[in-house]
Structures are given as C-alpha cells and as structure tokens.
Design a protein around this ligand. Structure first.
Ligand code: SAH
Length: 239
C-alpha cells in the first residue's frame, strides 16, 4: 500500500484534498487509481487508511476510511549524535537508522571531522522523511542543525548516553544496556578519524559511558547502524 505523510492540519476532515508536490508524486509517479487504498501518516503518531476518490492533474482527493493504531513506531527514544563523515555516508546513516527507529539525529562537527558543514540539512531531512515513509513509521525523525562538539556537550547538565570508542576494550554494549535506566538515550559516534581523547573525556564528564562494539574497527556508518540494531535487539522491538 502507498504510504504518505501529510501534516496533521491537512487531515482534519473526512475528505482530504492533496495538491502540490504530493499530488504529483501520487498521480504521476505512483499512478494511484480511484478506489485504491493509501495509508496517510500525520507525522505525529496517527495513521489513516484512505480511499482515493479523485485523481486530477494537480490534485488527488482521498477519503479517510479509518484511523489505525500504530505498530511500527519504536518505544525507545534514541538520538544518534554522529560526527559528520565524508561524502554520502551521513545520508546512509540517516536512512538506515531511521529504518531502525531512531527518533532524532544530531550531525556533529568534531575536531577530526574532515567535513565541516556542507549545507545538506534539507537533503538529510528529505531522506529521513522518505525512509520513514518507506519503513512504515508514523513519525519522522528530527534531523537537527549540525552542532559543534562543545555546543552539544554544553547543551545539557547531564546526558544518559553511550560514546562508542574503539579504544574501549572492556565495556561491551550488552552489559551497559542492562544497567541503563529508562529515558532518552544519546549515542555518540565519531567520524572516520574517531574522537580525540579530550572529546572522550568531556563526554564522560557529562555522563556518557564508553562502549565497545568489539575488537574490530568499524567504519562510522557501520558503527551507527550496528549500534542502533543492537539496542533495538536488547531493549526495543527487534528480536
Ligand atoms: N580513529 C579510528 C577509526 C574511527 S571509526 C581509527 O582509524 O583508528 C569511527 C567511529 O566509529 C568511532 O569514533 C567510534 O565511535 C565508532 N567505532 C568504530 N569501531 C568501533 C569499535 N570497535 N568499538 C566502538 N566504537 C567503534
């Protein structure tokens, strides 16, 4: 079934008129037909099964049939804080961690991130939206404006978080997760060059626990995606 996000204010009445880019997408790209059912999400936790009642050149009209309770949304509140890697890797991290249920992503400019900010925020947000649509999520992860490491660290008195550090040999993730209480969880993952010792120390001072993802050094994108998967497996809805 086709899945689409519309803002909650567009979904107030039984009949919903869809125009602009969304209408073009439904009509020209997906070629919806009258009578077809589509699933529309409001991005704030509600989803509706709708029937297409009209397909026009610049407008698609649907009628809400019923509201469905959610099922695909993760109960975990995880924020991935990712040292911005080179090239398209941030895109991959956003797409894959969205599929895995991340709630928020903060692109981080660290001492060793070779890429400073590239002005890709809009593109990153579009990727979060389409990955949510594709994976059947009811909410879209928030991709925040990139922050410098210090800005991020200073934003809160204390974090409930894990910093992934290839220098950590002892503390495996499983053991750490068992000891963590409930609440918003921050995952700090470095760029290709990793974190500096000072960044690791500053994080620890703010409550972060260093964790290992095993004896092999993973690429930043592998680390982010694996960490999300393992956390869903241990605490969430995978497995
Ligand atoms: N500086 C490193 C590579 C950093 S890998 C080097 O080349 O030697 C990029 C990021 O992935 C790291 O900052 C860390 O957050 C995470 N990471 C990679 N492998 C890891 C491992 N085995 N354990 C924990 N974190 C890891």
């Amino acid at each position: 079934m086709i899945r689409l996000f519309l803002p909650p204010e567009a979904l107030l009445s039984k009949e919903v008129k869809i125009s602009g880019e969304d209408a073009r997408y439904l009509g020209n790209v997906l070629r919806v037909r009258i009578g077809e059912e589509v699933m529309i999400f409001d991005g704030a936790g509600k989803r509706y099964i709708c029937r297409v009642t009209g397909v026009h050149r610049k407008e698609v009209v649907v009628e809400k049939i019923r509201e469905e309770r959610h099922s695909a949304e993760s109960s975990l509140d995880v924020t991935v804080v990712q040292g911005i890697p080179k090239g398209e890797k941030m895109e991959m991290i956003i797409q894959k961690t969205t599929e895995l249920g991340v709630k928020r992503l903060i692109p981080l400019i660290t001492e060793r991130s070779q890429i400073r900010y590239t002005g890709r925020l809009n593109r990153w947000r579009r990727i979060a939206l389409s990955a949510s649509q594709q994976s059947g999520r009811e909410t879209i992860p928030v991709v925040e404006e990139p922050l410098h490491f210090n800005e991020f660290i200073d934003r809160k008195e204390r974090y409930r978080g894990i910093i992934f550090h290839e220098g950590e040999r002892q503390k495996g993730l499983k053991e750490i997760l068992r000891r963590l209480g409930d609440g918003e969880l921050f995952l700090l993952i470095g760029p290709e060059g990793g974190f500096t010792d000072e960044e690791v120390d500053q994080s620890i001072k703010k409550g972060f626990i260093t964790a290992s993802l095993g004896p092999r050094i993973l690429r930043a994108e592998t680390a982010a995606i694996t960490a999300m998967g393992l956390i869903q497996y241990e605490l969430g809805d995978m497995g």
